[in-house]
Design a protein around this ligand. Structure first.
Ligand code: TRP
Length: 382
């Protein structure tokens, strides 16, 4: 029997109850300290994104030197990505919400990678056409958050390979089979696509430096499950003449059915709010969602509920509490027993539906320019 607190976090598998401090130690990343947050606050003009104030981002690598550089007039760029295995759900927005805020606040470029190849290699149930189609659908959702078309660039792997490949060739030569095997635990039947894939996920970290012929530092906001790829990237960076990318890691967001049912893939349709769910479905899913409530109203009034395990509270926390004051109020009244789950869900449903309405319109607009930001050629012929 595995110990009850055993957990696994890799790009291809997330399971068990994650102890985030232990995970940070296992991965060897640094804490996102109040001092670092204060520096972002200052650089961003006296504000912090809720994902930073509410502890969703909690870990980092080499953030301080990147911020030092920025403060001294050395711009960086943002990089994050999405493996398109199906429709996006609200938790998938966590890296992109932070990137958008940083792009707006700091005026920096954003590179987005859509890895239709990776998901085809990693998910036996999907055809190549399906991952490519989801890639485009997911891209519309991401761009619709409000990215600036003039400062946003997309690597859509199967379509951008000519742009990526000259660098991928160099990266791939530096990464050995035993390294990827040690990091990802591949088995003899793992297809060779996945064995090569880390090279492709590394390329965007270096691409702007290559394209511009000068050093441009990279900051990657991502789920901590992606860190293993970037450990390999960081190991090879300097040997290729590029800076190591800096990272900001978020916790994994529990699904609507609670931590026990968590998956990175949203593999159960009722475990996540998909961005294309109609308003009625949103309501049904949220009404059925797992909460930290008590068995009876009387008990809840008396003892209060437990927000830390509640999937509804996770939604308030990550995206839907419009202010820190609202978030604090929900948390406080939940714990005290004043706020009951039905009322809390009702308030949340209203906000989610409003967001969906706005998002659907923004998505139609984003479709008009999405093609124009897909990078298809290399900056240099060689
Ligand atoms: N591997 C990621 C996924 O499965 C996709 C991805 C590519 C990514 N490049 C990235 C994620 C950079 C975060 C940062 O979703």
């Amino acid at each position: 029997m595995p110990a009850p607190d055993e957990f696994v976090v890799t790009p291809y598998e997330v399971k068990g109850k994650i102890d985030y401090d232990r995970l940070r130690e296992q991965f060897g990343t640094q804490e996102l300290t109040p001092e670092l947050l204060a520096r972002i606050h200052h650089l961003a003009g006296g504000e912090l994104h809720p994902l930073l104030t509410r502890g969703i981002y909690y870990s980092q690598r080499d953030l301080a030197p990147l911020l030092d550089g920025y403060a001294n007039g050395k711009p960086f760029f943002l990089y994050s990505g999405r493996g398109p295995s199906g429709p996006l759900h609200t938790s998938h927005l966590v890296p992109f919400d932070l990137c958008l805020w940083l792009q707006r606040r700091l005026g920096v470029p954003m590179y987005i990678q859509i890895t239709d190849d990776e998901k085809f290699w990693a998910r036996s149930g999907l055809t190549r056409e399906e991952t490519a189609r989801w890639g485009l659908e997911n891209l519309y959702d991401i761009l619709a958050l409000g990215f600036d078309p003039k400062r946003t660039h997309v690597f859509f792997d199967s379509r951008s390979i000519a742009a990526l490949y000259p660098l991928a060739i160099r990266v791939a030569r530096k990464i050995s089979y035993s390294n990827v095997k040690a990091v990802f635990g591949f088995s003899p039947s793992t297809n060779i696509g996945l064995i090569f894939y880390t090279a492709l996920q590394s390329v965007p970290c270096f691409w702007p430096s290559w394209a511009e012929g000068r050093t441009v530092p990279c900051l990657i906001p991502c789920g901590i499950d992606q860190d293993p790829h970037f450990r390999l990237t960081r190991d090879v960076a300097e040997g290729l003449g590029y800076p190591k990318p800096s990272l900001l890691h978020s916790k994994m967001i529990p699904g609507l059915l609670g931590e026990g049912a968590m998956s990175t893939s949203g593999s159960r349709a009722d475990d996540a709010l998909f961005l294309n769910d109609p308003p009625k479905v949103v309501e049904q899913k949220l009404r059925a969602a797992f909460t930290g409530g008590r068995a009876t109203v009387e008990e809840q009034r008396r003892l209060g509920a437990t927000p830390e395990v509640c999937s509804i509270w996770a939604l308030w926390r990550t995206r839907f509490a419009e202010s820190d004051a609202k978030f604090a109020e929900v948390t406080r009244t939940c714990k005290s027993g004043e706020l009951l789950c039905g009322d809390c869900k009702g308030q949340l449903i209203e906000r989610v539906q409003r967001f969906y309405e706005h998002h659907a319109a923004a998505r139609e607009k984003a479709k008009e320019w999405a093609e124009s930001v897909i990078v298809t050629s290399a900056p240099q012929p060689l």
